[in-house]
Write a protein that binds this ligand. Sequence first.
Ligand SMILES: [Fe+2]
Length: 392
Amino acid sequence: MLPEFFEFYNPTKVVYQVGIATNLKPELDIIGIKKYFIISDQIISDLGLVDKVADGLADSGIEVVGRFLDVAQDARLKDVKRCSDLVTASGAEGIVSIGGGSVIDTAKAVNILFSAGGDLVEDYSGAHTLTQPLHPHIVIPTTAGTGSEVTMVAVIYDEENKEKLVFPDKFLLPTLAVLDPEMTISLPPKMTAATGMDALTHAIEAYVGIQASPVSDVFAIGAIELIMKNLVTAAEKGDDIEARGAMLIAATMAGISFTHSMCGVIHGMAHTAGAHYRVPHGVANAIFLPHGMEFNFDFIYEKLAKLAPVMDISADGLSEEEAARNVIAAVRRLTGRLNELGVLPIRLRDVGIPEEDLAVIAEGALNDGSSFYNPRPMEDEEELLPFIKNAY
Ligand SMILES: [Fe+2]
């Protein structure tokens, strides 16, 4: 059945090639500016990845006018302010961000202040508050998960008020997403597994979400196929460039999908587990994913059944319900395998959430913005609680 209405807007140019992060001259020439400011974090810098990119930029005739390498594990409001002052003072004409979701989101928010001035919270809270394009922003992801390189959202943590601020704006879509598998080979196995499961959750939630369209489905299905085939290899053999490349492409495709179709209750539960118990986002998604699919089952099984061939599962002679159950079983096999490898927890009890607090997760998920787009409508947290208990 076709949706009554949908829109698709993806102005971010995506380029993929092994080694392209150090050889961007053709792309830089198209963008046309000559002075860039680099935003990254200490871990990426210590791995030598910032210097590597900076050398490549210099070889392309670009002047790197400054670096901010202090992005924390969360994208923090105070870093956005500090960094945007440095970028503005540097005389930069554009930003290159090198890192995972926190670095990219920090750079997006910095670009708001750098381009449009003002105060992030006072002037830009709410959705689509920007009125004109920002300075060019080139994103080089070093994880394959968040998809932030192709999404229109920046999530920033306000450490004073202990809340996550969400800035959705079409002008936050980066100018260029540079997918270079060499930039992800040093990602440790646990991070590889967690971020990869975040991407899979984006793709599955986008695919079954109420805002899904035939266009977002193409990206979701493509991402699911690549992740099911490559995540274990990427986690097991970090230097497998083929698996790394597939995961990077998949995370970007999942990002394109969910920035259009949004996520659902699984992200609602993961956001709560992250905010209250500091469970890493990808780990929380991995734990909740099969249980959230079960929770939604009656509303999604027809569509889920169509994923059987994508996941290399035979659906011959099976009903849609049976095929859909096998799809969920395939997701469990994937997380089970990653668990056997010692790189991914798959139960809430293993990530420090007390059993008596499971209702907190249910309540948080019910009130989370993601759950608004969930295929199964929810009236109270009691409906969700049994599925969270199953995740324990
Ligand atoms: Fe996510």
